[in-house]
Design a protein around this ligand. Structure first.
Ligand SMILES: [Zn+2]
Ligand SMILES: [Zn+2]
Length: 307
């Protein structure tokens, strides 16, 4: 892994000690490898239309829970909602196997406070692989600094999701297995099974989901354009925005992190925001924060005039 990190990032030498001191934790790595190995079961269980549809559906649902709630709501407070809706999406987000909402939000707030500085948990300046996945596989980041999320620790149900972060993923796998076995018994024409739905709906869907999310920490600080001259290396990247339902407008986001909308212009596709807009119309969320037209345009135009 060390050699790979060097290969990806020539700047690594100056930050070399950071990753080494953080300590890669094999107890965290083994389940993470297991998650990937689980995908190989596809060679035994095969594929069916229903299995792929469930994998895609769960990817989209959980990506929305991660982007709109774990990120924009829990980490950035970009809108308000009721306690049941807060819990519902924390619960769905927890099934993405990216730890609990408190852990996620605390690390993300640390990222914004120190973006691409030494105390950033996952800057690509410390190596591309480190920024992608080394950081959360390390002992240093196993526990979150919960003093960064004081308003969230008030909720026992959120603390529970954080404490037992494996519970919801296991529940999802069990539900998928039972659904698959049920369909195999009652709808054999669908050509599915319990293990097939677990493989596609949990393992494959989750691994793709995790890496798509992680690309925002790694690639979105490396590849793309910079509309705003922020203090960090964040980029806007159309392809990452498609993949992550809107998170690819990461330079926009670092410029004005409080905005629930990350695609600042109509052509910047931000599917999570469109869904949040619908939820607002339905009265499920409110006080949705945005960016003023003046702030949005001022820096962009200033940059263009400099060039
Ligand atoms: Zn960032
Ligand atoms: Zn953020």
């Amino acid at each position: 892994m060390r050699a790979l990190r060097y290969w990806f990032d020539s700047n690594l030498q100056q930050h070399d000690n950071y990753a080494e001191q953080a300590g890669i934790d094999w107890l965290r790595i083994i389940p993470f490898i297991g998650l990937h190995l689980g995908c190989l079961a596809v060679f035994w269980v095969g594929v069916s239309t229903v299995a792929v549809a469930i994998a895609v559906g769960l990817y989209l649902l959980r990506m929305f829970a991660i982007t709109a709630f774990y990120h924009r709501y829990f980490a950035h407070k970009s809108f308000k909602t009721s306690r049941p809706v807060q819990f519902l999406f924390a619960f769905i987000g927890a099934s993405a196997t990216q730890r609990g909402p408190l852990w996620w939000a605390a690390h993300h707030r640390q990222h914004h406070r120190h973006a691409d500085q030494h105390r950033d948990p996952h800057s690509p300046k410390q190596g591309f692989i480190w920024s992608h996945m080394g950081w959360f596989l390390s002992r240093k980041h196993f526990r979150a600094d919960l003093s960064l999320v004081p308003e969230l620790t008030r909720f026992p149900e959120l603390r529970w999701l954080d404490r037992f972060d494996i519970a919801v993923p296991v529940l999802l796998a069990v539900i998928l297995y039972m659904t698959g076995e049920g369909l195999a018994a009652w709808q054999p024409a669908l050509n599915t099974s319990g293990w097939q739905l677990v493989t596609w709906g949990y393992f494959i869907s989750t691994v793709v989901l995790i890496h798509a999310t992680l690309l925002i920490n790694s690639l979105a600080h490396r590849i793309g354009s910079r509309r705003y001259q922020t203090q960090d290396d964040s980029r806007n990247n159309f392809w990452l925005a498609l993949l992550t339902l809107g998170e690819g407008w990461h330079n926009n986001h670092h410029y004005h992190a409080a905005s629930a909308r990350q695609g600042f212009y109509w052509w910047e596709i931000d599917i999570s925001y469109y869904l949040l807009w619908c939820m607002q119309k339905l009265g499920l969320i409110w006080d949705v924060r945005s960016i003023s037209k003046q702030k949005r345009d001022a820096r962009a135009f200033r940059r263009e005039s400099v060039q």
